[in-house]
Write a protein that binds this ligand. Structure first.
Ligand SMILES: [Zn+2]
Length: 300
């Protein structure tokens, strides 16, 4: 259950911040990163591959008939430990979304971390597997001492009339669920804008498409920067080999494909370490160019 991958990020890199144009005040910095398992999503293979032509799959060596009826996607919550902060990227699914998910509290406990120690939770987006974990079985927020950080565009979208109007019948619970979680954290929530720091050394980037306000984050440390991509890059290996293919789980498939392609290009060209929420083997790795598109190279 525990997929912990520690590595050094180091103290805040002022040079890195200056290069990125961000403000460069010297404050507490991230110094270690790990991923913790929230379990996995078990999804119908037909859903995962919906809209992707068989011919495109065959070209990249994926045999639809060999995949079985269901697809299990890991859920990796990123944990960033600094001298005076303990930051989570997303809060997991909680206990009401899917029996195979919502394991973050156990993973934290196994790592020797009390939920009350978490100082900040930064959300990539507000889908159930990322935000429903801010409420426990008693409809209380288990992160007793945490501040929450949500992208303004994501906050506005899920609270809009359009969200409910546009959402397919089988996903209406996504809207209701996001709103109830936002309500629960509202008095402890800060809204951020892409291009700015959410916390010192943590740069938010617009990675819209999967949801209207989906964000990725670049963690600037003394060593090389690390990107947390959330669900902007998932569906291994298809999204790597053919990032241009539209994927039905992206609420705006065109924007999702554009974002995915741009992120993969940057990660490959800069050889940047990154974490993908649903990628296998802890989700931490790098991207390499391949004969078709790109390839995920997990660290574990
Ligand atoms: Zn997800």
């Amino acid at each position: 259950m525990l997929t912990r991958r520690n590595f050094t990020v180091g103290a805040l890199a002022l040079a890195g911040l200056a290069a990125s144009g961000l403000r460069s005040r010297a404050v507490a910095a991230p110094d270690a990163l790990a991923t913790l398992s929230d379990g996995q999503l078990v999804l119908p293979t037909d859903y995962v591959l919906r809209g992707i032509p068989d011919a495109a799959l065959a070209e990249i060596g994926v045999d639809r008939t060999a995949l079985g009826a269901t697809h299990a996607a890991a859920c990796n919550v990123t944990l960033l430990r600094g001298p005076d902060r303990l930051v989570l990227f997303d809060a997991g699914a909680g206990s009401n979304f899917m029996p195979s998910a919502g394991k973050l509290p156990e993973s934290l406990e196994a790592a020797g971390i009390d939920l009350g120690e978490v100082t900040d939770v930064i959300f990539t987006h507000a889908h159930p597997d990322h935000i429903w974990g801010v409420l426990d079985d008693f409809d209380e927020v288990p992160f007793a001492n945490a501040a929450f950080h949500v992208c303004q565009a994501e906050w506005d979208y899920w609270r809009s009339d359009a969200a409910l109007a546009e959402m397919p019948e089988d996903r209406q619970s996504f809207v209701i669920g996001a709103r109830s979680r936002f309500d629960a954290i509202e008095d402890r929530c800060t809204l951020f804008t892409p291009g700015k720091e959410v916390l010192p050394g943590i740069e938010a980037m617009a990675a819209f498409g999967h949801t209207p306000g989906h964000c990725a984050f670049v963690l600037h440390g003394e060593g090389d920067p690390v990107m947390v991509v959330g669900d902007a890059i998932i569906n291994d290996p298809i999204s790597f080999a053919r990032p241009d293919l539209f994927w039905s789980a992206d609420q705006d498939p065109q924007a999702g494909a554009t974002t995915r392609t741009a992120l993969l290009d940057r990660l490959a060209s800069e050889k940047m370490r990154f974490v993908g929420f649903h990628l296998p083997r802890g989700g931490l790795g790098r991207v390499e160019t391949a004969s078709s598109g790109y390839r995920f190279v997990p660290e574990a």
